[in-house]
Design a protein around this ligand. Structure first.
Ligand code: TPP
Ligand code: MG
Length: 381
């Protein structure tokens, strides 16, 4: 099998130069233009500044760990742009840009890495932009997503049965869709394959997104898969596409097409976004021990922020736009820094709140145990 060229609209120099494979998705770009691209650029530089700030905070002992997303902002911004507010998103742990785009906010993300929550985002807003929790257990989110999408499908069927399916936007039936993010290494987890089996069997309204950043900590993608990853989707009978993951336009166009088809009853889609993890796996990792310097330099030149900047400049966007975007990004990162250091530590027993909607004897028992344990230190030196 000869693999087609990855889908791309703007090349590494920022020129509009669609690949042959992009043609069938070009109509998706009719709904976006320069003002959207400017907004995408702002989101990307805001995420980059936040990432840098969080790395510093971790180094200063203020965060337990940090997971950088540097280099992956291109596919994230395009896919976030393709989502509708009613859709549900199941992230892995590196989707900071998507979190912010869904309204979760950088402070919530940083708070989790400071150990200030037991896993939830803003507990006063259970919906959180339909952006589900970060999932560090590789692949678990693929099954959560498929289960959720199955529920979306059954809800839609029930509404249809009642004759109450609303008229949708632009002639498509309404309905939510689900998007799930995972990494190249995670495709080797059994869960990821099981999720594809169920998604294909039930034709769930779901888009699987593999951010192929070439590495699973120190293991290169070539060792985990002898075939390009988009072909995994094809093997399950799921329409699949490989995109240039550093081109936000490609991510937007293919994401939007697959989401719309999923909403319209066309079943799941699978996107492999070819990108690169420019940073370390986490702040606990030292990539200089396992990857060649030249590889990093090559991908630094393909930085998605530089690419979108070059494209915007080719459209005539002036210097001051970029300067303002960077200044605003730095100010937002500084705000997060100031705010995170003064966020209160939660009461230890808050971990028992919101586990069940009603009082539960096991939880009550555990809460009482903790109370007694804490009390045992009273009066101790
Ligand atoms: C079930 C499970 N096995 C192993 C790990 C340890 N682990 C954490 S991240 C990671 C690599 C994941 O690589 P990939 O899926 O490519 O995602 P990336 O971190 O590159 O975004 C591993 C092995 C884990 N968190 N969960
Ligand atoms: Mg990876």
């Amino acid at each position: 099998m000869i693999d087609p060229e990855p889908i791309r609209f703007i090349d590494a120099e920022g020129a509009y130069a669609p690949s042959a494979t992009a043609a069938e998705y070009a109509s998706e770009l009719e709904s976006v233009g320069e003002s959207d691209f400017r907004e995408w650029y702002r989101q990307m530089v805001a995420t980059r500044a936040f990432d840098t700030e969080c790395t510093h905070l971790q180094r200063q002992g203020q965060l337990a760990l940090w997971v950088p997303s540097v280099g992956q902002e291109g596919c994230q911004v395009g896919l976030a742009g393709a989502l509708e507010p009613r859709d549900h998103v199941f992230p892995a742990y590196r989707e900071h840009l998507v979190a912010r785009a869904r309204g979760v906010g950088f402070l919530q993300v940083a708070a989790q890495f400071r150990g200030l929550t037991h896993g939830g985002w803003d507990v006063t807003d259970p919906a959180n932009g339909n952006f589900h929790l970060y999932t560090l257990v590789l692949g678990a989110q693929t099954q959560h997503a498929t289960g959720y999408a199955l529920g979306q499908l059954l809800d839609a069927k029930r509404r249809e049965g009642d004759g109450a399916l609303d008229a949708g936007e632009a002639g498509t039936p309404t309905g939510e869709a689900t998007m799930v993010f995972f990494g190249d290494g995670t495709t080797s987890q059994g869960e990821a394959s099981e999720a594809l089996v169920f998604a294909a069997s039930y034709q769930t309204p779901e888009v699987f997104v593999v951010q192929n950043n070439r590495w699973a900590i120190s293991v290169p993608v070539a060792r985990q898969s002898r075939t390009p990853l988009y072909r995994r989707g094809l093997g399950f009978g799921i329409r699949s596409a490989q995109i240039d993951g550093n081109d936000p336009l490609a991510a937007y166009a293919v994401g939007r097409r697959f989401l719309r088809e999923a909403r319209a009853g066309g079943g799941p889609g699978y996107i492999e976004a070819l990108t690169y993890r420019i940073g370390a796996h986490t702040t606990s990792d030292d990539p200089t021990r396992y990857r060649a310097e030249g590889e990093l330099e090559e991908w630094q030149r393909k930085d998605p922020i530089l690419r979108l900047e070059a494209h915007l400049r080719s459209l005539g966007v002036p210097d001051d736009f970029f300067e303002t975007a960077r200044r605003e990004a730095d100010a937002e990162a500084k705000q997060v820094r100031d705010a995170i250091l003064s966020l209160p530590e939660p009461e230890a027993d808050s971990m028992f709140a919101n586990v069940y909607s009603e009082p539960h004897p096991r939880i009550e028992e555990q809460r009482e145990w903790l109370e007694r344990y804490e009390a045992s230190f009273e009066g101790a030196e």
